[in-house]
Design a protein around this ligand. Structure first.
Ligand code: UDP
Length: 343
């Protein structure tokens, strides 16, 4: 058997580009990748084990089908995964995250290819369990008028479709659920300027632009932030799938030790920023203000108050343990954001 061939759709995305570079650096696998752009891929573009097509999942269907057939494992990572956009463009979320990905999943069934699919911690929704368990927790969402939940529902239905194909012997799959991964190149400064970035990059960008940091509903909601290198380490183990340990499994990938409230996060990032060598002497720093969720996101938003993973399964199946603590995760993310956006 030759080297493993992996198809990554959305290869230039946050997870896609980190994963691709790690695969090329540490394995002998081949990567075939497609995305709308290539700006985050860096050194991967010069690697002979990487082939890139600038393309669109909705348009380049023949290329995708050809490569599903050709590869051993398929990772469809194309998705909108930012809460601001769930409420602004729910139909776009449905179309891209559900319909387009369902097509790819069906091709994996057709050609008997293993799919490693990004589910999401968002599927647990407003679940009140102290730690979310892949195989036990209820998946709890709000009313239809709260359009935020369309992302959770799209992902959940895909999880269920994939699972059903799997249990009937038509598809080999692993579903992974990232919990608030952070790191270099998570979101761009432009995205943050529009206010449609994820919380960590939104706060860092506000600090850089000296605009106020907004705590939605007082910032008491909690998340467990996971450094991307830890997440990618787990994904490499899932792809390697030694002794088929991940066959037809659902696996949380998060760092429960890195739990903090949005309010604590704002203070932590502000502290790191004010000590940064380029900003130590700034005359003024962003204020930390509060806004009601409806004002910040609009009527269709509903928040999630806690989101903490159980990672027992990842530990047991993958022998994996996240290593980068909260402060270090934020420091690295902030330093690299400032480096990328140096004027
Ligand atoms: N949030 C905030 N201020 C912002 C952006 C986000 O207080 O400028 C909050 C948001 O309401 C949510 C949390 O931060 O409770 C995390 O938001 P994010 O967009 O990162 O995604 P989520 O973890 O909800 O998927």
């Amino acid at each position: 058997m030759g080297a493993k061939k992996i198809l990554i759709l959305g290869v230039n995305g946050f997870i896609g580009h980190h994963l691709t570079n790690k695969i090329l650096d540490e394995t002998d696998w081949l990567v075939y990748g497609m995305d709308l752009a290539e700006d985050r891929l860096g050194r991967a573009l010069h690697n002979p084990r990487f082939q890139f097509l600038e393309g669109d999942i909705a348009i380049n269907r023949e290329w995708i089908e050809y490569h599903v057939k050709k590869c051993d494992v398929v990772m469809p990572l194309v998705a909108i995964a930012t809460p601001k956009l769930y409420v602004e463009d729910p139909i776009g979320v449905y179309h891209l995250d559900f319909e387009m990905n369902l097509n790819v999943v069906k091709q994996c069934v057709k050609y008997h290819k293993r799919v490693v699919f990004p589910s999401t911690s968002e599927v647990y929704g407003a679940c009140t369990d102290p730690e979310f368990s892949e195989d036990e927790s209820f998946l709890t969402v709000g009313p239809i008028q709260k359009e935020r939940w369309i992302y959770s529902c799209c992902k959940q239905l895909l999880d269920r479709v994939i699972y059903a194909y799997g249990t009937r012997g038509h598809l080999e799959f692993t579903l992974f659920r990232p919990f608030n991964w952070v790191g270099p190149r998570l979101d761009s400064l432009d995205t943050a300027k529009e206010g449609s970035s994820r919380v960590v990059t939104q706060f860092i960008a506000e600090l850089l632009m000296q605009r106020p940091i907004t705590l939605v509903d007082g910032g008491h909601q909690k998340r467990c932030f996971t450094y991307v290198d830890d997440g990618i380490d787990a994904l490499i183990r899932i792809l390697a799938n030694k002794d088929e340990v991940c066959k037809n499994e659902i696996i949380n990938i998060g760092n429960p030790a890195n739990e903090c409230s949005v309010r604590e996060l704002a203070h932590l990032l502000k502290g790191i920023f004010t000590e940064h060598p380029d900003h130590r002497a700034d005359k003024a720093y962003s204020e930390i203000i509060e806004k009601p969720a409806e004002e910040y996101y609009g009527k269709g938003y509903q928040d999630i108050y806690t989101r903490k993973p159980s990672i027992e399964k990842a530990r047991r199946l993958l022998g994996w343990e996240p290593k980068v603590n909260l402060e270090e995760s934020m420091r690295r993310t902030l330093y690299s954001f400032l480096e990328e956006n140096k004027i």
